[in-house]
Design a protein around this ligand. Sequence first.
Ligand SMILES: Cc1cc2nc3c(=O)[nH]c(=O)nc-3n(C[C@H](O)[C@H](O)[C@H](O)COP(=O)(O)OP(=O)(O)OC[C@H]3O[C@@H](n4cnc5c(N)ncnc54)[C@H](O)[C@@H]3O)c2cc1C
Length: 384
Amino acid sequence: MQREGSWATGSRVRRTTVAIIGAGPAGLGMARVLRDLAIPDVVVFERSRIGASFRAWPEETRFITPSFPGNTFGQTDLNAISFDSSPAYSLRREHPDGPEYARYLEGAAAEFQLRIEVGTDVQDLEPSGEGFVLRTSRGAVATRFVIWAAGQFQYPDLEPFPGAEFGVHSSRVRRWRDHPGDHVIVIGGYESGIDAALGLVGTGKRVTVLGRSPRWRDSREADPSITLAPVTFQRLSSAMQLGAPIEFVEGADILGMERREGEIHVLAADGRSWTTASPPILATGFSGSTKTIEHCFDWNSSSYPSLSPQDESLRMPGLFLVGPEVTQGKHLFCFIYKFRQRFAVVGRTIAGRLGVDTAALDRYRTNNMYLDDLTCCEESRCLC
Ligand SMILES: Cc1cc2nc3c(=O)[nH]c(=O)nc-3n(C[C@H](O)[C@H](O)[C@H](O)COP(=O)(O)OP(=O)(O)OC[C@H]3O[C@@H](n4cnc5c(N)ncnc54)[C@H](O)[C@@H]3O)c2cc1C
């Protein structure tokens, strides 16, 4: 971390009103809201290209939330970033794969005429005067507001326990069929773990899934942030009915891995261990991009950034967070259909501070894209 204001003293300081970091669904959806509000000088800075995280998904991975073009009847496609776009409509897919969804994002960015600067890596930020200065791979940028939308996928937790380097994080696998060995241990039994297991058995391998809790068993939990998505249960039960060689081990709290005599030993807290010649798949989650700007936030007891009711950093007002790392109380906004409902909340706050009319946001409320009353989602209301 450099001294406050130090990056701003160089000769190449550019200025924006709002800098959005990341051209994934969160950054692009947010940019669209600011465009509707007619806020000037909004730039999305993207280190790679639009939808880069989706292009890096394993080839076999598909969306778990279904797309359906219900927008015109007020039921916005669950994977859309705006109420007037739909991956189902533009891709003709219910469960797009990663590159397909990236194509939808590119189309939306072009249609909405968003200003995106690709190939710009934002490395840090610091408060300066009334706003911030960003340190980027292309020089300093001075901006009044920052919206952090850099996601999670590119920031996996690579050290969940000692010896994790003997495995491969699920986000680093491009094709399950390329993973070596006939028998693979998958650590973690939530969405990524089950997706990995199904991908691996699909290529003829045997799999052992080690999980703390048996999420692969049906539960009465309604929130897909906590239980498996219906499509995953469906894929799993179809595979098991056909005799897929997946063994599930519950209560496996993994403490570490060791390599001895060419084999990898996976060790659990209760003394159990498993041995394999193939690098185990770590489906153990993500540390998230906010860890790279850790100094900008206070952190809550669940290791998420503490945010104001407007999703603003408590430590650095003017810095907002959008995307799957947003939490409010016990609410996790980790799916697109959840976190997109907070874009307008951030938009209204920025517009208010700039003295900009917010009438454009009325359409967001009528289209269920404006969630500021969280009592709606206090508990599972699904009765059947
Ligand atoms: C395997 C898998 C399946 C999933 N399936 C679903 C699903 O079915 N439905 C659903 O709703 N969600 C799903 N998710 C979650 C979904 O990926 C995220 O909700 C979504 O990608 C988050 O969008 P985002 O824009 O916040 O992040 P990202 O899509 O990761 O976009 C962040 C962007 O920021 C850029 N970036 C990162 N750091 C910097 C930096 N320092 N400077 C400049 N640019 C930067 C990246 O290149 C990237 O383009 C899935 C996730 C995974 C891993």
